[in-house]
Write a protein that binds this ligand. Sequence first.
Ligand code: 13P
Length: 252
Amino acid sequence: MRDFLVAGNWKMNGSIAANAELASGIVEGVPQGGGFRLLVCPPFPYLAMVGDILQGSNVALGAQNVSDRESGAFTGETAPSMLKDVGCEFVIVGHSERRALYGETDDAVAAKFMATQSAGMIPILCLGETLEEREAGTTAEVIDRQFDAVVDMAGVSAFEDAVIAYEPVWAIGTGMTATPEQAQDVHKHIRARLAGLDVGLAEKIQILYGGSMKGDNAPGLLGMPDIDGGLIGGASLKASDFLAIAAAAVQS
Ligand code: 13P
């Protein structure tokens, strides 16, 4: 049985005061029970501060992006070792907003995936199709292309220390959640593709769902056999909303 991972992607939101309150609210409300882990990914300026608040709790710290370079003249970039230094255990790579708005290619995402692991952190690799791609019937093709780019560069064994997040672009921030069956279909496809390369890794890897996940739809999504948690945007910005999703992840 895989544990659930419930991850909050705070995106570009908050302030010192708001993010301290959010982090404290989450730490104070972590549900009793086991079989799950929580993770928050604040904007860069708040990582260290939020990390301090999370100390000693069951809530991990992660970043939303990373450079694929180690150090030097790369103005505005953040090295993997710096994220590790401030306490990050996870890094989101290849979020669709990075791909669509900042031109990150499949290969750039693969390089960030590898750089994250080189610094001793776990990449959360985001995969997902747009509405046009889904309507054109190319969902599997798009997911395979995004996934294969990482396998080709990093090798399949790299998935030993990685998480995958399926985030259909059309469900992100739209309130239009994939149904549990729609999400399960794609999760199953991703796991089968990995199983074609390594059955043991496919059984082990956590595949999270992201896209308008909320407390009320979380039980249905998390009840599907291949959905191992959530990557949550909007509903991760209020402690009670995030904790309602976390409650759905408690396994008896
Ligand atoms: P929403 O939960 O706001 O749809 O965002 C999902 C997401 O992009 C998480 O990375």
